[in-house]
Design a protein around this ligand. Sequence first.
Ligand code: PEP
Ligand code: MN
Length: 279
Amino acid sequence: MEQLKLAARNARKKTIVPVKQVRIGEGFVVIAGPCSVESEEQMLITARMVKEAGADMLRGGAFKPRTSPYAFQGLGLEGLKILEKAGRETGLPVVTEVVDPRDVTWVCEFADVLQIGTRNMQNFALLKEVGKANKPVLLKRGMYSSLKEWLYSIEYILNAGNPHVILCERGIRTFETYTRNTLDISAVPAMKELTHLPIIVDPSHATGRVSMIESMSLAAVSAGADGLLVEVHFKPEIALSDKDQQLNPRQFKQMMWKLRKLVQFHQQLAKQKSPRGET
Ligand code: PEP
Ligand code: MN
């Protein structure tokens, strides 16, 4: 097995990824927005609502890697323009997925962070290309990938020259079918032991169920995650993709209130000395 030269915990001090006014790896960062950019109205209304509820960044897919070729594939360039406009209007930096190495350069003109989705975690041509980009990369864990394989994918990006990588645990395939995937919450402390990079959790794709998003988000805070990537839609019932897992604005607002409380609690806890055990 080859040695990790750049991704390993001891290769560097803790990485903070700057994205405009946001610093990922300091505090708890919430990235929220719809699965797909569907229209200007949908994106702008949702963006204003997540901003008001306290989100730090905006997400929205313009290139959708869908399991079926007949499912909505995203609006492409038009979607990117809408996303950029929503980001500009709300002041929220934007994250969007790139699926083709040939698109990386021009997608950088619209995105503040380039997302690599679970299906492309081992698309090495794409990893090398985003490794050359001057935008941070949000690298999702492959749904069939071990932590070791994830580490080598990170190494590809760092080795190509891009030091700004944010990891995202989004659930893995197991024998369980009740949830869409199985959230591997232990990947959070594990990757903190193994790398110097920030790691966030995506409870939306991990569970596929609105009813479980809040509890898994709170679990992410307690596990020590640096943030969340969560799907929110102004009207999930009419969403063109992933309608069963997108929070509506009221649900998101309620969750944000609890998250803030829990984040504050952990910050207070970190300042306190824990009682010494019996000797
Ligand atoms: C997404 O975040 O839009 C997405 C498609 O997620 P994943 O790659 O984790 O399935
Ligand atoms: Mn989705």
